[in-house]
Design a protein around this ligand. Structure first.
Ligand SMILES: Cc1cc2nc3c(=O)[nH]c(=O)nc-3n(C[C@H](O)[C@H](O)[C@H](O)COP(=O)(O)OP(=O)(O)OC[C@H]3O[C@@H](n4cnc5c(N)ncnc54)[C@H](O)[C@@H]3O)c2cc1C
Length: 366
């Protein structure tokens, strides 16, 4: 086990002095895995610096604010099986996560008929409150408060430090293309999707065992359509279409639909998030946004019976939405190089997998 407070011994003419050196970690990515890892290492006394390419933390726990209300553009909800996540939600999430009584329908056919109902004792569905991004933002606060989180800071390459050959330096770039080199890190942890990690390792010419391990992982993209129907909020017309709020679908284009306005703390305007199926998203990953929106809107109408023209129809394309083939271990740590990785892709496709992965890597190191 590697200790965060490392004791090195220096010899002076008078005596041998023990010097406590705090280990410096660069963490790449501020999704749930990176945030949990960074918080845990910081609590253990380590010096952490988190670099996030987006303008805010959260990764795939994302919320888009619109004039009609917000949309959870990535994760729709999450379930909790690990007692450590239960504890974290109870003790540290405050009101940033709530249960969502989704009134979920298990599966619909292509015409929107129910072919499998949700079992009565279904697991609780958790959502961020008032949007999915509220939870990672809440967990990022201690890092933000201590100036440890750098947003708009994409890590483009990682190299051995120019001054201390056993340390690391990272190359970053912001949205304006301004580049920086930051050095003096004892260790680097990647908490990005596996495909982004591969890109950075290749760009860094780091042909290390971790790179080979990434070949075992497979993740699929997801086209997502966001729809708003403000005209539905009129006296006597509270919702359009079906009486359920969320459903899995067997339509070849659509895998999941949820009424955003049914989630806790959301604005009442009728809003739907529609996630395309894995097969369709893969097949249409080169489509432009307009074409994808038109096709998904047509499928949405077939499933829900809602044929009204939405006031807003916007798409989001997630390149690495869900893991199809995980690595099969909770994290990767190369003790010889002091370089590691965590993220949902280590264990599976769920928010909880990201949480467990980030936590277990930090506990291994702290
Ligand atoms: C459409 C969709 C639906 C989903 N539905 C569910 C669901 O219903 N239930 C569920 O449990 N899970 C769901 N998931 C999966 C869930 O969102 C993920 O498992 C989880 O959020 C992954 O967290 P993470 O920290 O591992 O990765 P991410 O959230 O992807 O975080 C990685 C972070 O790294 C940053 N980054 C990447 N490259 C760099 C770089 N070079 N430099 C700096 N930063 C970088 C990214 O911007 C991102 O913020 C869904 C995901 C999507 C996209």
């Amino acid at each position: 086990m590697t200790l965060c407070r490392r004791t090195t011994t220096t010899t002076s003419s008078a005596a041998t002095t023990a010097v406590a050196a705090t280990r410096r970690f660069a963490i790449v990515g501020a999704g749930i895995a990176g945030l949990v890892c960074a918080r845990t290492l910081m609590q253990a006394g380590c010096d952490v610096q988190v670099h996030e390419s987006a303008s805010q933390p959260g990764g795939r726990l994302a919320t888009l604010e619109t004039p009609f209300g917000n949309f959870d553009t990535g994760t729709q909800y999450f379930t909790v099986r690990d007692s450590r996540l239960t504890l974290a939600l109870e003790r540290t999430a405050h009101d940033a996560a709530r249960r969502w009584s989704a009134n979920a329908v298990r599966v619909l056919d292509a015409q929107g008929r129910v072919i499998e109902a949700a079992p009565a004792s279904h697991e609780a569905h958790w959502v961020g409150h008032p949007g999915m991004a509220a939870l990672p933002l809440c967990w990022a606060r201690p890092l933000i408060g201590q100036g440890r989180l750098y947003t708009d800071s994409r890590v483009t390459a990682v190299q051995r430090d120019a001054i201390h050959a056993n340390r690391w330096q990272i190359h970053t770039e912001n949205a304006q293309g301004e580049a920086r080199v930051l050095g003096g890190f004892d260790a680097v942890i990647f908490a990005t999707p596996h495909s982004r990690l591969r890109e950075v390792l290749l760009k860094s010419a780091l042909h290390i065992p971790l790179l080979k391990e990434l070949d075992r992982v497979d993740a699929a993209p997801c086209w997502t359509l966001l729809l708003a129907f403000p005209n539905a909020v009129q006296p006597g017309l509270q919702t359009l279409g079906p009486q359920w709020n969320a459903a899995y679908s067997t339509h070849h284009r659509v895998a999941w639909l949820a009424r955003e306005s049914s989630k806790p703390g959301r604005a009442p305007i009728e809003r739907w998030t529609v996630q395309a199926s894995t097969a369709w998203s893969r097949e249409h990953q080169s489509d432009d946004a307009e074409r994808a929106a038109a096709k998904l809107l047509k499928a949405f109408g077939e499933i829900t019976g809602i044929r009204a023209t939405p006031a807003m129809a916007q798409t989001v394309f997630w390149r690495d939405a869900q893991t199809l083939q995980p690595l099969g271990q909770s994290f990767v740590w190369d003790a010889a190089l002091n370089l590691g990785a965590c993220g949902d892709w280590c264990l599976g496709r769920r928010v909880e997998d990201a949480f467990v992965s980030g936590l277990e890597l930090a506990l291994h190191l702290a």
